[in-house]
Design a protein around this ligand. Structure first.
Ligand SMILES: [Zn+2]
Length: 54
């Protein structure tokens, strides 16, 4: 068994990340894939835009 070092920050995913795995960084957060990073990064940006319009 590989050592678990983190969990994917995407709430829809939460896959465990093991030592030696390829990971994607956003600030201090770790994601298991670019898809998870983009999904997690995308939603807050949309919320900010919506709040700014109205
Ligand atoms: Zn993930």
């Amino acid at each position: 068994m590989k050592q678990i070092v983190a969990v994917c920050e995407n709430e829809q995913c939460e896959k465990t990340i093991h030592k030696g795995d390829e990971v994607w960084h956003k600030w201090h957060d770790l994601y298991c894939s670019s898809k998870c990073l983009i999904e997690s990064f995308g939603s807050p940006v949309k919320q900010q835009v919506a709040e700014g319009v109205r």
